[in-house]
Write a protein that binds this ligand. Sequence first.
Ligand SMILES: [Zn+2]
Length: 478
Amino acid sequence: MNLSFWGAARQVTGSMYLLNFDQDYKILIDCGLDFDKERNEFENTDFKKENGFVFPFEVTEINLVILTHAHVDHSGNIPNLIKEGYEGQILATQPTVELASLLMSDSARINKIKLNAIHGKGKKLNPKTMNKLTADLYTDAHVRESMERFVAIGFERRFKVNENLYITFYTTGHLLGAASILIEARENGKWTKIGFSGDLGRFNYPLLKDPQPFPQVDYLVCESTYGNRTHEATGSPEDVICEIVKSTLVDIPGRLIIPSFSVGRTQSLLYILNKLEFSEKFPSIRIFTDSPMALKSSQIYEKYRGHLNKEAQDFYKENGSLFNFDNLTYIPDLEGSKAISNYYEPCIIISSSGMIHGGRIENHVLKNLENPYCTIFMIGFSAEGTVGNKLMTGANYVVLKGKQLEVKARIEKTDIFSGHADLKGLMHFVDQQKNGQMKNLFLVHGEADVMEDFKKTLTWNGFENVTIPEWGQHFELV
Ligand SMILES: [Zn+2]
């Protein structure tokens, strides 16, 4: 039995692990888009790379795919897997299936624009270059075929794949439908338990259930995103929103712009705003959600409200909705989007992407960044190189859509809406394991220096066999 790491190895994107056991039965755990492809060189697979393949291994040999959750860095490469010949099924929880469908369709829409641009120059390109350029640009047809392969599995149900393989999903509280996975695999009569944390969420997070207890395993693959830090924000999300609204929209006649991911983060934010609408202290201000994806995602959240926490379920029972309230307007089209950028009264504009890297948010920031009455409120992680990251790290100037802008708007940030466990949460997850029984703990999904810090903390806490795999590295599981 062996496990190889084909993504999220000393980086946070591209989650993808291959488990091989019982005479070449191969399971791919997650199949995420890698935003940092340059770092990963295919090992001994020059032919594949040269010919524009996305995956460094033979896709047709895989027997089963399992997804932890729908975020594109975990699921976004599924249609490319189909494109390269994968013929098996994909196991995931029901909400993950629907959210993944939404996200993959959106990627296919963007791919279509890119493909049209490439084919526009087609006559000038040789076939090899064309292959490379279009390798990972899947289409709607690939997404449709992917959806036919999904098999939805409930949480905490031990699902028998065959007599040598059982899969169980456990709630992680990171995103609707997000799961840690327990794989029980038998080889030569011996059972081995392998755990994959997926992305771990937080306790008491708006809408989502708390992470559930995870059973004892022989090997654990654990995320490390915040393996060396503790979330700073204190108080409740309601307190944080009240304070920012008061200082930016009540004390001054301002405009509050919140870059936010459409799937997950925006729902948490809208739910908090919805709850605040019932408070007399909260001012009556217009709120615009400018993202078609956010609307669809909100509908999926309501459809699967049985997977949300009790408070959210009770709120829905009482009010008939989680995300619709009087002052909220969803903006469906680009015309509406342009109109609200200069809305004349104090208002909140929520739009994606959360990193200010593509999406309608770019126009709102473009029009408002040089306005000292405007505040940009960063509520999530922004990768290096994005405008969001530059604003969060105090840049005085940024370039957006080819235009240099002076940062005159107020920039604020909070980690209260962060969807990832911090060091305390990660330790809570790992501490469920009896150290003597766990043969190896593999750290993934983190920057290299963060992982080294996390490993040190784990070692101080008595975990002896902690490994930080490199991209493409194989490990025998004995
Ligand atoms: Zn995630």
